[in-house]
Ligand binder design. Structure first.
Ligand SMILES: [Zn+2]
Length: 116
């Protein structure tokens, strides 16, 4: 099954994957097989930080699986948890989930809100 790997950041995401340089365009997507997409999102990405400890290049990728054979638009991806891949329907519900389940990920989330 092919899935879309979306980049929620506005900057291109460039990363080596299985010996190839893969570029996911900012606010865009690439198509991968589901198993490859899982490996790509799961592989270690060196974190670059600035002098204030802010992430310069957070890995803001999400996998979009087809629902009833249809891939949804990026807008609806805003409600999907980047860490566990569950869809919470709304961004507000996702924020509640993130604060409860992934308090350590708050830095990333704060960055995301700032970026938006
Ligand atoms: Zn989660």
């Amino acid at each position: 099954m092919q899935v879309r790997v979306w980049n929620k950041d506005h900057r291109d995401h460039v990363e080596m994957f299985k010996g190839d340089q893969v570029t996911v365009p900012g606010r865009g997507f690439i198509l991968l097989d589901l198993s490859e997409a899982n490996q790509f999102l799961g592989q270690f990405t060196p974190i670059k930080k600035d002098g204030h400890g802010n992430h310069l290049k957070p890995k803001m990728l999400v996998i979009e699986k087809p629902v009833d054979g249809v891939l949804r638009a990026l807008e609806s991806v805003e409600s999907i948890c980047m860490l566990c891949g569950k869809d919470f329907g709304t961004k507000e519900a996702l924020d509640v989930h993130s604060n409860k389940e992934h308090p350590a990920a708050k830095t990333t989330q704060a960055f995301r809100q700032k970026a938006n």
